[in-house]
Design a protein around this ligand. Structure first.
Ligand SMILES: CC(C)(COP(=O)(O)OP(=O)(O)OC[C@H]1O[C@@H](n2cnc3c(N)ncnc32)[C@H](O)[C@@H]1OP(=O)(O)O)[C@@H](O)C(=O)NCCC(=O)NCCS
Length: 315
């Protein structure tokens, strides 16, 4: 019988008896948490329970109360700067600590002396990859939605040959949703989807279908506008993402799946030294028929042994 701890249900802090009003002033009044009623069976013990979207913070009464000076909850904050100002205006002492990459944080003490850490992840700079003097990969933002839709729409018939998602892209709003999903994917450390740009023009897309950190595995998908094919651009773009996945994320295995009839796409993993592992029969529905998919994979050791450095000079 296996079990799996999959998250934190609540945090419990201690407080001295009869100080519920003071607790409310701080946790609701200053931190903005919503008080919820304690279950009937526990109400007579005193204390207060607070909640917000993904947080349950319980304060329980302890007779011989002593503040927790080291052990502490770290609460995630949107706009830590504003909360810090509010706490300072309320006379709460703000302690800063050793800076940590990717987060802003402060420490405060609640009215009972319990240590509280307030944390805000700092937005990560969106990666960008220069492919050559005119081509680069970048993560699109909402302002790219119209142009991305136009590029998809202009290539709809050709892309429908091998890609199943075209009917879901009927207007810029759909492209905006795709872009927002990509930004959430990036924020959640699940890889990213980039647009391929010729100068400032969006001519295609390439990205990761998520990251399996336990098995250090990811997979790549891509498409290019019909008029930009045949110049090795996607091969070079794939190489940039492979390099990033092996170096920045320490991946061990990268996969690409292509339909058995899609020679142009198969040529890319083959050119890049991937191993053709197997064929999954009727693995993808393309509008009115199933296609078999070939699984290609590249291992870190293949790559470190120079498998990816194929004969073509850079584009
Ligand atoms: C799959 C797809 C991206 C391939 O595009 P592509 O232009 O053939 O791929 P590349 O950009 O790597 O270019 C390789 C071609 O450029 C040529 N080339 C020219 N200069 C090159 C260079 N410096 N380096 C590599 N190739 C070069 C190669 O000979 C090759 O041409 P060939 O296929 O006629 O032999 C494109 O066809 C596409 O978007 N298709 C529709 C969507 C799709 O199928 N997506 C994949 C689903 S699995």
């Amino acid at each position: 019988m296996t079990f799996h701890i999959h998250g934190l249900d609540h945090v419990q802090l201690a407080m001295p008896p009869g100080q519920e009003a003071t607790a409310r002033e701080f946790y609701s009044g200053l931190l903005g948490l919503t008080e919820i009623a304690k279950p009937e069976s526990l109400a007579q013990r005193g204390g207060v329970w607070f909640e917000s979207i993904a947080l349950k913070l319980h304060l329980g009464v302890e007779g011989d109360f002593r503040p927790a000076l080291k052990a502490h909850p770290a609460l995630l904050v949107n706009n830590l700067r504003a909360l810090t100002m509010r706490l300072q205006q309320a006379g709460v002492a703000i302690q800063t600590d050793t800076p940590l990459a990717g987060i802003d944080r402060i420490h405060v003490a609640d009215p009972f002396g319990n240590r509280i850490e307030l944390v805000e992840p700092t937005p990560q700079p969106l990666p960008e990859f220069r492919i050559n003097d005119r081509h680069r990969l970048r993560i699109p933002t909402a302002r790219d939605a119209d142009e991305l839709f136009r590029t998809v729409d202009a290539n709809r018939t050709y892309l429908m040959q091998w890609l199943p998602w075209l009917p879901a892209v009927t207007g810029p709003a759909d492209s905006r949703r795709t872009i927002e999903a990509g930004l959430r994917q990036f924020a959640n450390h699940q890889g990213f989807h980039a647009v391929i740009c010729l100068d400032e023009q969006i001519i295609g897309s390439i990205g990761f279908h998520g990251i399996d950190w336990n098995n250090r595995f990811t997979s790549i998908g891509y498409w290019l506008a019909e008029s930009d094919q045949g110049r090795g651009l996607m091969t070079a773009s794939c190489r940039a993402l492979i390099e990033h996945a092996f170096t920045a994320w320490n991946m061990n295995r990268i996969a690409i799946r292509c339909a058995t009839g899609n020679r142009h796409s198969q040529a890319i993993p083959e050119r890049l030294g991937f191993t053709r592992e197997d064929v999954q029969r009727e693995a993808e529905w393309l509008y009115d028929h199933f296609v078999d998919l070939i699984n290609y994979a590249l291992l870190r050791r293949d790559w470190t042994n120079g498998a990816t450095r194929e004969s073509h000079s850079s584009v």
